[in-house]
Ligand binder design. Sequence first.
Ligand code: APR
Length: 238
Amino acid sequence: MAVTSNIVILTGAGISAESGVNTFRDRNGIWSRVRLEDVATPEAFAAHPGRVQKFYNQRRAQLPSVKPNPAHHALVRLEQSHAGSVTIVTQNVDDLHERAGSQNIIHMHGELNRSLCAACGASAPHRGDLSIDSECASCGAIGRLRPDIVWFGEMPYQMDRIYDLLRDCDLFLSVGTSGNVYPAAQFVQEADRHGAHTVEINLEPSLGVSDFAEARHGKAGTLLPTFVDEVLSGQYRF
Ligand code: APR
């Protein structure tokens, strides 16, 4: 392993599951109770803005009651102690990586704690509920604020930067994601093509498990701290 090796970690809902945040596609996941077409598309917001705001208001309101778990903390240790770069690319819209103490985070699907103005494009920190009457602090438009969440049919954030990181990484680690949603599901192939070692840590084999060089299946809160220990001790070679 090069001392200055670069590590990219893709995280999904499974890394926050042990904190009490719902995943999407497990048996009791969010998409088993709510149709994503009703709340997670621009068309749903245009047709029923109040319903969409309520769905995200409920999820935002849950954040103060959940805490980072050992998997989030393990990634903080990795970032603080690894000699090369460590970047978290998360599909999660919660703030648990930040609250654990990670610094280098890309929220490719947006963040619950930010609003986006459909009139002027301003993205701003936002706490509390959003409503169909909320006013944009930048342009003053009323009723145009939406959660700053990347919905189905929209382009995830920072894709150029993410692909640069994937092309330049030595280890690509995927944690807690089912591999159902693109483009994140194909990051493993991009990293592999450019020579990275690839590892999946997930409760069960993801859809893309065969694309990974190695897979460890079980709870992220147990497996990830062990994996990070192996990397930091030099015991794990990649
Ligand atoms: N540890 C590790 N993995 C877990 C754990 C756990 N404790 N609990 C659940 N998992 C796994 C599940 O087995 C599943 O494979 O996490 C995965 C979560 O998958 P999804 O619910 O599909 O979540 P994710 O992959 O993040 O979804 C991607 O889909 O709806 C959109 O925008 C939303 O960002 C989300 C995207």
